[in-house]
Design a binder for this molecule. Structure first.
Ligand code: CO
Length: 175
């Protein structure tokens, strides 16, 4: 297994839709293992393939706290099939270091996906898992979370992000 490089906004892979997965083979399984390891190494609750510059519809999510047993979910070709209600959640993203924004999403979603063997599965969730599912599926569609803000809020958020990244580059934590 290996930890992959996570690309940061505005890398073009983050704004490009990913392609469906057709082969459920050893290569996919190794990639899923790398995705999970990369997410854990970065202390994230979710990671989409676009964030490691791979344009395939693969995402991993684990909302368990660090002192809880793993609740890893691997989703291939996921699709929201039902959504209801509304909530506002303060979200972060591994591709936008240090930026946290309140985003409005569906309160509850039902997602259809394939597991690592290609078998169809469903997951229904609200709260943090529901938010993570919507955030990660957006990534696969080339939509980053700041796109879910109103235009004025988005402008402010991207301004704040530019400052964050300028400081991180000056500090040598970002290339
Ligand atoms: Co993200």
């Amino acid at each position: 297994m290996s930890v992959l490089h996570i690309v940061k906004y505005p890398h073009e892979a983050l704004t490009t839709p990913a392609a469906p997965v057709e082969r459920f083979d050893d290569e996919l399984h190794a990639f899923l293992d790398d995705m999970a390891e990369t997410m854990y190494a970065a202390n994230g609750v979710g990671l989409a393939a676009n964030q490691v510059a791979e344009l395939r519809r693969v995402t991993v999510i684990d909302i368990a706290a660090s002192d809880e047993p793993s609740k890893l979910v691997e989703l291939i070709n996921p699709e929201v099939v039902e959504r209801s209600g509304k909530l506002v959640w303060e979200e972060g993203c591994l591709s936008f270091p240090e930026l946290y924004e309140k985003i409005e999403r569906a309160a509850r979603v039902k997602v259809r996906y394939q597991d690592r063997n290609g078998d169809e599965q469903h997951i229904e969730s609200d709260g943090l898992l529901g938010v993570a599912l919507q955030h990660e599926i957006d990534h696969l569609d080339g939509i980053v979370f700041t796109e879910r803000l109103k235009p004025f809020q988005k402008k402010l958020a991207l301004k704040r992000y530019d400052k964050i990244m300028a400081r991180r580059r000056a500090d040598g934590v970002e290339d």
